[in-house]
Design a protein around this ligand. Sequence first.
Ligand SMILES: Nc1ncnc2c1ncn2[C@@H]1O[C@H](COP(=O)(O)OP(=O)(O)OP(=O)(O)O)[C@@H](O)[C@H]1O
Ligand SMILES: [Mg+2]
Length: 264
Amino acid sequence: MTILDVEDLAKGFGGIRAIQGLSFSLRAGAIHSIIGPNGAGKTTLFNLITGLYAPDQGRIAFLGETVTGLPPHHLAAMGLQRTFQNLQIFETMTAVENVMVGRHLHILRGLLPSLFRLPSIVRSDRDARERARRLLEFVGLGAYVETPAGAMPYGALKRLEIARALAAEPKLLLLDEPAAGCNAAETQEIDTLIQRVAAAGVTVVLVEHDMSLVMGVSDHILVLDHGQKLAEGPVDEIRANPAVIEAYLGTRAAEAGAVPAPVG
Ligand SMILES: Nc1ncnc2c1ncn2[C@@H]1O[C@H](COP(=O)(O)OP(=O)(O)OP(=O)(O)O)[C@@H](O)[C@H]1O
Ligand SMILES: [Mg+2]
């Protein structure tokens, strides 16, 4: 079963064709990665899928339903969540409060009872806090529950963002560079967490430049170049694809010192 189907999608900004004629489907229950050089259109694709941008052309279906043009909150209510390439954390709020923000969909269900602070809402607030605390434990941040986010280490904040996205109980979770700026130990924690999230039944789409993380966790990889699909398939196939090596992996490997510089 597919969870997401993208058909002939296009989005431009002035003269820049950020996404052009892109089609692909993502299988439910798997870990997918989207890779490609800077400016390939990965974040734009996330913005289109989550309803932040309207496409110029094409169709997006989530859970078999056409959702093209629906606003982000509607898609969120259907089970679509994402994290952002740049941290979107409230620094003065505690970790548990940051996660509770992600639950707002569920907490603010009935506006009227909350105006009168009915007992059901007080209870619901207490439940939300308890659920948020458990989510923090799930992402390995049990020690930071009452810590202001501003006092937490960077790697922990990346996982706090994931906990907040999970609080809305997504079926599909899009992660935009969750390991960017993380050291090796923090990246390993993200790796483990992605696998735990997938094991809990959430379909994951990872955009990431750390190739060892991508190659280690992914079931399936989609390679973007200039807004178009360069290749897609299982990890071993992508790793061996000459076009992918030339456009992307070669440069990355060379940067990492894995490929000897040409002689002469
Ligand atoms: N809001 C915008 N307005 C104008 N141009 C944009 C906008 N968003 C993206 N672009 C352009 O679209 C192209 C794709 O950008 P995008 O951010 O999607 O790339 P990316 O693959 O996420 O890159 P990176 O790996 O650096 O995050 C780039 O040329 C970028 O400058
Ligand atoms: Mg990006």
